[in-house]
Design a protein. Sequence first.
Length: 249
Amino acid sequence: MDEAQIEAAREEALLEALPDPLPAERIIALNQPGTDLHSHREYEWNGLRFEAPPGVFLPGHTSRMIYDRLFDGRIEVRDRRYVAMGVGLGVETVAAGLAGAREIHAVDVHPDSVATTDRHFERHVGSTEPPVFVPVVADVFDGFPEGVQSDVITFNPPAVSQPISDDPDIMRNVCMGAPLLEQFFTQLAEREILAPGGEVFVVASTTADLRAIVGHALAHGFTAEIRDLHDWQDGVVTHLFRFVRQVVS
């Protein structure tokens, strides 16, 4: 068996090992939205205060799987170029800035979230010296600056596979499903945004179609591994995936 066959077998085994999504009724029950999205709220992380205007989502426990790792180096961003997708309050950009990232692009389709992230970065990290901080309003990478490459990209996508609300803000933040990840990996590959040797970290749980998400990445030339798992003891198991581009010889 040659190297390509070994890799194909490994990918097939990974896909087969991924769990099925939870039943639809269970997914809907677990993701019932709160009633305070359209009010002013506050959030605290690592002793830092973040303010959430109406329509800007507060990070959940799954988001901590990203920004805690950025801060403590398990996702290494020191002296690297970093793209935070779906920034919301911007906690991950602050974590990356404090951890020594060289350049940070903060991306969200929601202009108020990008503006909120900009304010929080200025407050907690500052912008008078590196890292370079670039707020970006973009639909995935539609609107992202041309020619920019990144060494690290993180995404905690709204990948829940069942619609849970008619509120467009809730849909945008919770249940766009696996098709959003297909768009993400397609654009990532076609525009060569990931630099050679770069890494992509994606959080998704058994409320999403994990096989479809990983399958989209594999179809666009990425290799995948499960970097971490967290069992919430309610039927939900969250996966932190790491993707890299295959080297074409």
